[in-house]
Design a protein around this ligand. Structure first.
Ligand code: HEM
Length: 219
């Protein structure tokens, strides 16, 4: 099948599959999901997400009228307010003073912000990599976090993973894939978006690597 006859949603998923496996099986994620890390590691990870979503969402309003990125900007996806509630729960009301980005997180957030400012196709790649992932594997992380660290079901600490305004995630993801398939760009630009998606996965893996170094479990 040529790339032009393959739906773009299939193309981007297939092209990032290998890196998805790499992210999923990273030491940090495996340890986190295996219940081998303390709540401090989870809190540190949540902090990193805050920087990434700040970059994704602070530019979102300006992009809502854009023909390429605009259709993806949907209020029910927005995560920043939920992350802030989680951080207030994890770190206390003064969380803002203590929050710091790892160098790998700075690199990731800066790239997202750069795309938001200068290249809407690239922004879509980052949007896809985070939000479709959060709607999918994020649900597994939530379940583990609730069990391991005793957060209330869908409550403070795991609100980031709870999309209150999306009643049917499977249907939402179908709609999202239709938006990807209808992306109004040519084949070459689609290839660039796929390449940026790979870069987005690599940036995520970089953050996991750094967190893995910070929270090494003694064997
Ligand atoms: C341990 C961690 C993870 C688990 C268990 C996991 C699990 C999953 C599962 C089960 C799906 C398929 C859902 C479906 O077919 O509807 C999925 C999809 C996805 N995941 Fe993950 N994931 C993890 C980490 C990540 C990370 C770190 C990213 C990137 C930041 C990511 C990005 C995605 C994306 C973009 C999709 C949508 C693929 C598509 O259908 O186009 N995932 N994940």
């Amino acid at each position: 099948m040529t790339s032009s006859s393959t739906p773009f949603s299939t193309l981007i998923r297939t092209a990032s599959h290998e890196q998805h496996v790499e992210a999923e099986t990273s030491t940090f994620m495996s340890d986190l999901l295996g219940g081998r890390l303390g709540v401090e590691a989870y809190a540190r990870y949540t902090e990193q997400l805050w920087f990434v979503y700040e970059a994704l969402e602070s530019g979102a309003r300006d992009l809502s009228g854009d023909p390429v990125a605009g259709p993806f900007i949907q209020p029910e996806l927005m995560r920043l307010a939920s992350l802030e509630r989680d951080l207030a729960h994890l770190r206390g009301p003064g969380w803002r003073e203590g929050v710091t980005a790892l160098p790998a997180t700075v690199e990731y957030a800066e790239r997202v912000a750069e795309c938001a400012r200068t290249w809407t196709g690239g922004y879509v790649a980052h949007h896809y990599t985070r939000y479709l992932g959060d709607l999918s594997g994020g649900q597994i992380i939530r379940g583990t976090a609730e069990k391991t660290w005793g957060f209330a079901r869908k409550g403070d600490g795991v609100r980031f993973y709870v999309f209150e305004d999306i009643g049917n995630p499977a249907a939402f993801k179908r709609g999202y894939r239709e938006l990807l398939d209808a992306l109004p760009v040519d084949e070459l630009e689609k290839q660039r978006v796929v390449a940026e998606c790979r870069r987005a996965f690599a940036l995520n893996t970089g953050v996991f690597r750094a967190l893995g170094e910070e929270f090494r479990i003694s064997a």
